[in-house]
Ligand binder design. Structure first.
Ligand SMILES: Nc1ncnc2c1ncn2[C@@H]1O[C@H](COP(=O)(O)OP(=O)(O)OP(=O)(O)O)[C@@H](O)[C@H]1O
Length: 229
């Protein structure tokens, strides 16, 4: 299958720290790729480069036929709003908005009407078992409820690629499994590709493939933590 996302020979430094040193990665529609490796090996930096949050120092990131590294920040940001979903360990919901308003926000920014956005938000909250929280602000919700809203918000635009950085790191095991099962279901149903950064073998076990990083490069031993281990 033709990859939907491809990173080629990616390098990225922070001052003297070489965080990525020539990483190649491909992701096909519907595929779930776990990026694993020890703390500081460059997992988040790779996610940020592939999602256009960061520009690599060298190398290219192709989304379909477009090289993101040659696009403006405005273009990349539009792509993140429309084609990509981004999910972090702590959902980073907007504290002033209710759960439903948080989930509807990406649709409103993309030009969807209020009513349709609200309906879609309610349906995604329901899918993650937090429809009861629709009118609550994040401050009155548990961490698990907030993170389930954050997942709903990341998926509401039906992105072609979901970038998830330790998405269940703040959740208890059962809630984490519910969230991962839903992410996998969405990937399979809609052909959404998922880049899943994790240091947790159980989480990596949900992926189809694993890319193990070591000191900013693919680990030559290729020994993963999740799949078949
Ligand atoms: N903003 C930054 N400024 C300076 N150095 C950074 C910055 N972000 C990351 N680094 C460094 O780059 C390297 C890779 O960091 P990165 O966060 O990508 O690793 P990681 O594998 O995601 O780590 P973890 O599993 O601990 O989250 C590390 O040495 C880190 O200290």
């Amino acid at each position: 299958m033709t990859p939907i996302l491809r990173g080629s020979a990616l390098t990225r430094s922070y001052g003297p720290t070489l965080a990525l040193r020539g990483v190649d990665v491909e992701l096909s529609p519907g595929e779930i790729l776990a990026v694993t490796g020890p703390s500081g090996c460059g997992k988040s930096t790779l996610l940020h480069c592939l999602s256009g949050i960061l520009t690599p120092d060298s190398g290219a990131v192709h989304y379909r036929d477009a090289d993101l590294t040659t696009r403006s920040e405005a273009d990349r940001s539009k792509l993140r709003r429309t084609e990509f979903g981004v999910l972090f360990q702590y959902g980073q919901l907007v504290p002033e908005l209710t759960a439903a308003e948080n989930v509807a926000l990406p649709l409103l920014l993309a030009g969807t009407g209020r009513r349709a956005a609200r309906e879609a938000a309610t349906s995604w909250l329901d899918r993650f078992g937090v429809a009861d929280c629709a009118d609550q602000r994040p401050g009155t919700m548990s961490g698990g409820q907030q993170q389930r809203c954050a997942v709903a918000r990341a998926l509401v635009t039906e992105p072609a690629v979901l970038f998830a950085d330790e998405p269940t790191g703040s959740l208890d095991t059962v809630t984490g499994e519910t969230v991962l099962t839903e992410i996998v279901r969405t990937a399979r149903e809609r052909g959404m590709a998922v880049l899943l950064v994790t240091h947790d073998a159980r989480v990596a076990g949900y992926a189809d493939r694993e890319l193990v990083l070591l000191d900013g490069a693919a680990d030559p031993s290729g020994l993963g933590i999740g799949i078949g281990s």
